[in-house]
Design a protein around this ligand. Structure first.
Ligand code: PLP
Length: 373
């Protein structure tokens, strides 16, 4: 997709905020526990490469991504630290995994057998680094029982082409006030650990929410995702353990301002009719930028005022009702602070009846990410 630089709509990414969020977490971690920055999905929409480099400067010692291509992107810009791919990579891609020195997830016994065949065919002299995934209650990927995990570990140890680098699980309710299910998953993970004769280099169970609200989590590495971008993993449910600073602002400018008489229709389908003489401003952002049609009725900020989005959001533009005339070029804040007012990513999520993770990912690649020191 073309990144649209020649337009005032942009996502400003504050590196200092990312650094600060990571530093605070690292300070709390027990000595010897590492922080891997989760930069999948374009760094949760913040840009993978720049956020990875910022995370490194703040003390992250490795990275987690979701796909092989995301891992390759980091290696191609010269990142040499460990990179773990959290989801399943088909065995047919293993030569790329080896070429780029990546660590990958193993979640089934069948995958191990197929991978073994592929590795024999490739004949590489460096072993494949594997993290065994235990499904302790997420129901997504992973081995279900301690016996299955033990057998997978044994398979890897018996293979000359494989090395057992990690063991992990993922908690599904770490961001909730009710800790019962978290404790059940934790118990299941501890049951797995209890049957193993030896441990791999990395044992990891913690996402942001676990790191924030379950300090006694097992493991020696955390997979720190949404909190590094300054977002409370629980939304509103739990108070932040330490103040998180949001890293992303979404801004634009007024490109036209006009006074319309009472009774004029705004936008496709004239779903909004001016109820008096009204100042209407046009902002160059629309659903092709990820600012969905459902954002109609929500507010953006101009000169510290909440201004309603009136009429349907178009593909590339939207209209807002202004309290008075403003000049073309006046800043519009869609996410962030403007004067004493603020629209947070959580506010957008609430309007859309979703979570801020989804809002961060929905800002499309057309919107340039501009990095602020
Ligand atoms: C396996 C795994 N670990 C860690 C994370 C990071 O989670 P969070 O962004 O909540 O910190 C994710 C994110 O979805 C994940 O899937």
């Amino acid at each position: 997709m073309v990144v649209t630089y020649h337009r005032p709509t942009r996502a400003l990414i504050h590196k200092r905020a990312i650094e600060e969020n990571i530093r605070q977490e690292i300070q709390r971690l027990p000595k010897g526990t590492e922080l891997f920055a989760v930069v999948k999905a374009q760094g949760y929409g913040h840009g993978a490469v720049a956020t990875a480099q910022t995370a490194l400067a703040a003390g992250a010692t490795g990275f987690c991504v979701a796909t092989l291509d995301e891992a390759i992107e980091l290696r191609e810009v010269g990142i040499v630290e460990p990179i773990l791919i959290l989801s399943v990579v088909f065995p047919s891609y293993l030569s790329l995994v080896l070429d780029y020195d990546l660590s990958i997830t193993v979640a089934t016994r069948d995958w191990l057998s197929e991978a073994q065949e592929m590795l024999t065919e490739i004949g590489s002299d460096v072993p494949l680094k594997l993290h065994i995934k235990a499904d302790t209650g997420m129901g997504r990927i992973g081995f279900l029982t301690p016996e299955e995990v033990k057998a997978a570990a044994q398979f890897i140890k018996n293979s000359p082409n494989m090395v057992w680098e990690g063991l992990f699980t993922h908690f599904s309710t770490a961001d909730e006030a009710d800790t019962a299910y978290w404790e059940l998953q934790n118990q299941r993970f501890n049951n797995i650990m209890a049957v193993l004769d030896e441990k791999p280099h990395y044992v990891h169970t913690s996402n942001s929410a676990t790191a924030l609200w379950h300090k006694d989590f097992p493991g020696n590495m955390v997979r720190y995702g949404v909190a590094m971008y300054g977002l409370n993993p629980s939304g509103h449910a739990l108070p932040e353990t330490y103040p998180l600073t949001p890293a992303l602002e979404l801004v634009s400018e007024l490109i036209q301002v006009k006074e319309l008489a009472k009774g004029e229709g705004i936008g496709y389908g004239e779903t909004y009719i001016t109820s008096d003489n009204e100042w209407i401003g046009t902002v160059p952002i629309g659903y092709a930028d990820g600012w969905l049609r459902k954002m109609q009725g929500f507010s953006v900020l101009v000169d510290g005022n909440y201004c309603e989005i009136v009429g349907r959001v178009c593909m590339d533009q939207l209209m807002i009702r202004l309290p008075k005339e403003y000049s073309v070029g006046t800043q519009v804040t869609l996410i962030g602070k403007n004067g004493s007012a603020e629209v947070t990513m959580q506010d957008v999520a609430d309007h859309l009846d979703t979570i801020h993770y989804e809002v961060a990912c929905m800002i499309s690649e057309r919107v340039p990410r501009i990095y602020k020191e």
